[in-house]
Design a protein around this ligand. Structure first.
Ligand SMILES: *Cc1c(COP(=O)(O)O)cnc(C)c1O
Length: 423
C-alpha cells in the first residue's frame, strides 16, 4: 500500500515513513492512495476487537516494515472494551471512552505509540497541540517509551481541571506547557517548530495530532466493528453521528464507509465553532479564531483534517449532497445533557451531547452516536446540570493522585526552546 499527500499525489511514501514524518514534505496530509474493500461476511463472530483491527489494518501495512509485528501491536494498543450502549429502539451510543485516559483519543495515540516505538532507534520528539484530550492520551501512551520525548501544548485555562491533570501528571519524558492563548495558537507553534530548521537539526520532530495518519487508521476500526455488529444482529446499515472538532474522527468514519462496511449516513455534530456548517451552506471555507465552548475538545476554528475530508468528494456539490453538519450551542448542550439524564438515565459528556442533539433532528433508521469522552472528566459542567455526583472512573482516580507539573508561557516557540535547553 502506498501513501500520497493531499497536495501532490505523484510522490509515494510507505506507511512507516508517513507515520514518522507526520506531515508530508509539501505541507499536505498523508492519505492512502487506495482503500481496501471488505465484505461483512469476511468477519466471523468469534473475532475479538483487536483481531478485527488487525484484519482491517493489515492491507494498509502491506509492504511495510511493521507488517509482521502488526497483530501484536494491535493486541498491545486495543486492550479495552468498545461497548455499544442502547439508548432506545433506534439509538445507540458507541462508548469510545474506556481506554486509560477516557476518550477516543486513546485508540489512535496508543496505536501510534506502539508503532513509533518499534520504528525508531534514534531519539524522536513528539510535539502535540491539544484542545483537551489529545494531550493526555498521547502523554499516557508515550510515557516512559525509551526513544521518545513528548511535548504537550495546551491552551491555559481552556480545558477542564481533570483533563489538565491527566496531561500534567507524568514527568520523565513528558513536558507539558500551558500556553497563554488558544488551541489555534498551540497548533501554530507546532507548525512553526516543524518548519524551523534549527528545531529540525536538534530534534527529529514528529506529530501525534490527528494529522498523523497512524492515529486515523485505527479509528476506522470501531466504525467497522459497530456497523458489523448491528448488521449481523438486524441486517441493517448503521448511521453514525460524530461529535467533531479537527475532523479526524469523522474522516475515519467516512474511510470505513469507503472500505465497504455496512454504513449508510454519517453526520457531523460540532459545537458553536461552525466552520463546516458554514462551508456546506455557502461553499466557502473560511477558517477563523476558535470560540471557547463547553465541548472544549472540539474548540477548533481551522480543522486540520478538512483537506482529507474534501478529498473524498469530487467537488463542493458532491460534498454538500453527502455531508450534513449540525452546529450546537452551549445552551443546547446543557439542555441535552439534562434531557439525556432525565429521559434515558444516561450521563453524557458535553461533546457526546452535541451528537445526541443532532440525533433528535433526524429520523429513519438506526443511529449510532460516537460517545467521545467519559462524562467524569467534565464533572464541573455536568454535575450542576444533573444535580448529582458522577462516579469517578478508577483510571482517572489514579491520575488524580499524582503530582501535576507544567510550565506556563506566552505563545512563542523560542520560550520552549529555551526551557528545554535548560532542562
Ligand atoms: C478530540 C475530541 C473530539 C473531536 O474529534 P476530532 O477528531 O478532532 O474531530 C470530540 N470529542 C472529544 C471528547 C475529543 O476529545
Amino acid at each position: 500500500m502506498k501513501y500520497i499527500s493531499t497536495i501532490d499525489n505523484r510522490k509515494h511514501y510507505t506507511l512507516s515513513q508517513a507515520m514518522l514524518e507526520g506531515l508530508a514534505p509539501d505541507g499536505g496530509l498523508f492519505i492512502p492512495e487506495t482503500f481496501p474493500k471488505f465484505n461483512a461476511s469476511e468477519f466471523s463472530e468469534k473475532l475479538t476487537y483487536s483481531d478485527i483491527c488487525y484484519k482491517i489494518l493489515k492491507p494498509f501495512f502491506a509492504g511495510d516494515a511493521l507488517i509482521n509485528k502488526l497483530h501484536e501491536l494491535c493486541r498491545l494498543a486495543f486492550n479495552f472494551d468498545v461497548p455499544l450502549k442502547k439508548i432506545d429502539f433506534s439509538t445507540y451510543i458507541m462508548e469510545l471512552f474506556h481506554g486509560p485516559t477516557l476518550s477516543f483519543k486513546d485508540f489512535g495515540a496508543r496505536f501510534l505509540a506502539a508503532c513509533l516505538n518499534e520504528l525508531t532507534e534514534k531519539k524522536i520528539t513528539i510535539m502535540v497541540a491539544t484542545s483537551g484530550d489529545t494531550g493526555s492520551a498521547v502523554a499516557a501512551a508515550f510515557y516512559k517509551k525509551p526513544h521518545i520525548d513528548v511535548i504537550v501544548l495546551f491552551p491555559n485555562g481552556q480545558i477542564s481541571k481533570r483533563q489538565q491533570q491527566q496531561m500534567t501528571c507524568w514527568g520523565e519524558n513528558v513536558y507539558a506547557f500551558a500556553i497563554d492563548g488558544t488551541f489555534d495558537d498551540c497548533q501554530r507553534m507546532v507548525k512553526s517548530a516543524f518548519s524551523d530548521a534549527e528545531w529540525q537539526k536538534h530534534n527529529h520532530l514528529c506529530t501525534a495530532n490527528s494529522i498523523n495518519i497512524g492515529r486515523l487508521l485505527p479509528q476506522t476500526c470501531y466504525y467497522a466493528y459497530a456497523s458489523l455488529n448491528l448488521f449481523k444482529q438486524q441486517n441493517i446499515e448503521a448511521n453514525f453521528i460524530v461529535p467533531s472538532g479537527n475532523l479526524g474522527n469523522v474522516t475515519a468514519a467516512y474511510w470505513a464507509k469507503k472500505m465497504g462496511f455496512p454504513i449508510n449516513r454519517i453526520l457531523i455534530a460540532t459545537n458553536a465553532n461552525r466552520v463546516v456548517s458554514d462551508y456546506i451552506e455557502t461553499g466557502h471555507y473560511q477558517p477563523r479564531q476558535s470560540i471557547h465552548t463547553l465541548a472544549n475538545a472540539m474548540d477548533v476554528g481551522e480543522p486540520s483534517n478538512f483537506e482529507r475530508l474534501i478529498k473524498l468528494f469530487s467537488d463542493y456539490s458532491a460534498f454538500k449532497k453527502e455531508v450534513v453538519a449540525y452546529s450546537v450551542s452551549d445552551d443546547q448542550i446543557k439542555q441535552t445533557i439534562k434531557k439525556m439524564f432525565s429521559k434515558y438515565n444516561t450521563i453524557v459528556c458535553p461533546h457526546t451531547a452535541t451528537g445526541c442533539w443532532a440525533r433528535e433532528r433526524v429520523d429513519d433508521g438506526i443511529w449510532i452516536i460516537a460517545g467521545t469522552a467519559h462524562p467524569c472528566k467534565f464533572e464541573t459542567v455536568i454535575e450542576p446540570i444533573i444535580q448529582q455526583k458522577i462516579p469517578i472512573d478508577t483510571a482517572l482516580s489514579k491520575m488524580l493522585d499524582r503530582k501535576s507539573k507544567f510550565i506556563l508561557i506566552e505563545p512563542k516557540l523560542e520560550l520552549i526552546t529555551e526551557y528545554l535547553k535548560k532542562h
